[in-house]
Design a protein around this ligand. Structure first.
Ligand code: FAD
Length: 400
């Protein structure tokens, strides 16, 4: 007979969101068991941008120091035309930015971020971690939720948290809204040695080269040793979606861009690509004793670079509310949704819009460049609502 386990809390998925949720629960003294399907905890070999709203969470959980050891603090985020190579606008991440948000803007390697959180989890006696456990279904049973694993093992818990990403098995039980939606864009990403790409003024910035139906993001990670690149373009839809946007289409999409952009695209990792998907915001994520966080709850287009940041915000919000509501798990989940659904719905919606803005063509692009070109690099009115958010506190948001 397959093993039956009884735990107080179980997190399904040991990615950034799931491990941070486990850590946040443990910091409240609440025991938690994590089930990860992969044979090892790990992240893909690419970078991630972390805005002050994410660093605030990492700071609270005591892992920010570790993250900052290898993270890079770019002096600016610069939006450039991928075609003319001219600057459109920038955000200065200097002293005024830090004073406004209390934390810097950093970029790091995903593995370095995950390792920092994982090390902290391993040092917490309240956390038990298990890999090679794939959850295929969830059911409610009285005042518990049961995670059913592919190998027949079961984990019964008072609270079950689905942090199992875009293709969440837990979401199929709590929301049941089918597959995520195609955005229409494809991404190639990965890191190269920084010395492999030509030097240029501004190479240390977070640079966003944008053009009609495409963009290339570049920034250094791992103390500047590696250079992260994400090349995105609108792919022609033909055949099975996973085959959209083959490398020859990538090259064709960037044909009319500047020499530097084409050099970057030539060097980007072509072994794997991502057909990008999101979902429209859902009104609720929970059912009985199960809820969701991170991409399982609100998968979003990556144009605001906030998917992981929002997962971190979710993690502490949920842990705080589970701690506050004690045995009344449904009340904690209801309070969690009341706090997190509106916030993440707004980020999901704006992430899609941002994609339309950066990929614009013709007169819309001209208008965008004229409007953004006039703003001051230390004008933070567009980012206040996003980076100034304090999880658990009433938001002081200015909608752009
Ligand atoms: C091109 C691109 C660039 C991005 N850039 C940024 C950025 O700069 N900044 C940012 O904040 N966000 C960014 N994001 C978004 C970010 O990557 C995600 O939002 C984030 O990884 C979500 O974390 P998660 O823990 O919720 O899910 P995931 O990272 O997907 O982790 C889910 C985990 O669950 C496990 N799992 C899945 N199914 C099961 C199962 N059935 N049983 C057990 N385990 C399971 C998986 O193996 C995985 O470990 C980007 C996304 C893309 C596509």
């Amino acid at each position: 007979m397959s093993a039956r386990h009884r735990v107080e809390r179980v997190v399904v998925g040991g990615g950034i969101g799931g491990l941070t949720a486990a850590l946040a629960l443990a910091r409240h003294g609440l025991p938690v068991h994590v089930l990860e399907q992969a044979p090892e905890f790990g992240e893909i070999g690419a970078g991630v941008q972390l805005a002050p709203n994410a660093l605030r969470v990492l700071d609270r959980l005591g892992v920010l120091g570790d993250v900052l050891t290898s993270a890079v603090r770019p002096p600016k985020a610069v939006m450039m035309s991928a075609v003319t190579g001219e600057q459109i606008t920038a955000i200065d991440f200097g002293e005024e930015f830090r004073a406004a948000y209390g934390h810097p803007y950093v970029v790091t390697h995903r593995s370095d971020l995950l390792a920092a959180v994982l090390d902290a989890c391993r040092a917490e006696p309240a956390i038990t971690l298990e890999t090679g456990r794939s959850v295929r279904a969830v059911r409610q049973d009285g005042d518990t939720a049961v995670a059913e694993c592919a190998d027949g093992a079961e984990y019964r818990a008072d609270a079950l948290i689905g942090a199992d990403g875009l293709w969440s098995a837990v979401r199929a039980h709590t929301v049941g809204d089918g597959d995520p939606a195609y955005i229409g864009d494809v991404a190639y990403r990965g890191t190269i040695p920084t010395a492999a790409i030509s030097d240029r003024a501004g190479k240390e910035d977070m640079t966003w080269w944008i053009g009609p139906g495409l963009h290339l993001i570049q920034y250094p990670v791992r103390g500047g040793e590696l250079f992260n690149q994400v090349a995105v373009f609108t792919a022609a839809a033909h055949g099975p979606a996973e085959e959209w946007g083959q490398p020859d289409e990538l090259d064709r999409a960037f044909e009319a861009t500047s020499d530097y952009v084409r050099e970057g695209v030539r060097l980007v990792d072509r072994d794997r690509h991502w057909v990008l998907r999101d979902r429209p915001p859902a009104a609720a994520w929970s059912r009985g004793r199960a809820t969701l966080l991170g991409d399982a709850a609100h998968p979003m287009a990556q144009y605001l670079a906030q998917g992981a940041c929002q997962a971190l915000e979710d993690a502490v919000a949920l842990a705080d509310l589970l701690a506050a509501h004690g045995p009344d798990v449904p009340a904690a989940f209801a309070a969690y949704e009341a706090e997190r659904v509106p916030r993440t719905a707004k980020v999901q919606t704006w992430a899609r819009r941002m994609g339309e803005i950066v990929h614009a063509d013709g007169v819309t692009a001209l208008l965008r460049d004229a409007l953004l070109g006039g703003r001051d690099e230390r004008d933070f009115q567009y980012t206040d609502w996003l980076y100034g958010h304090r999880t658990g506190a009433a938001p002081t948001e200015r909608t752009p």
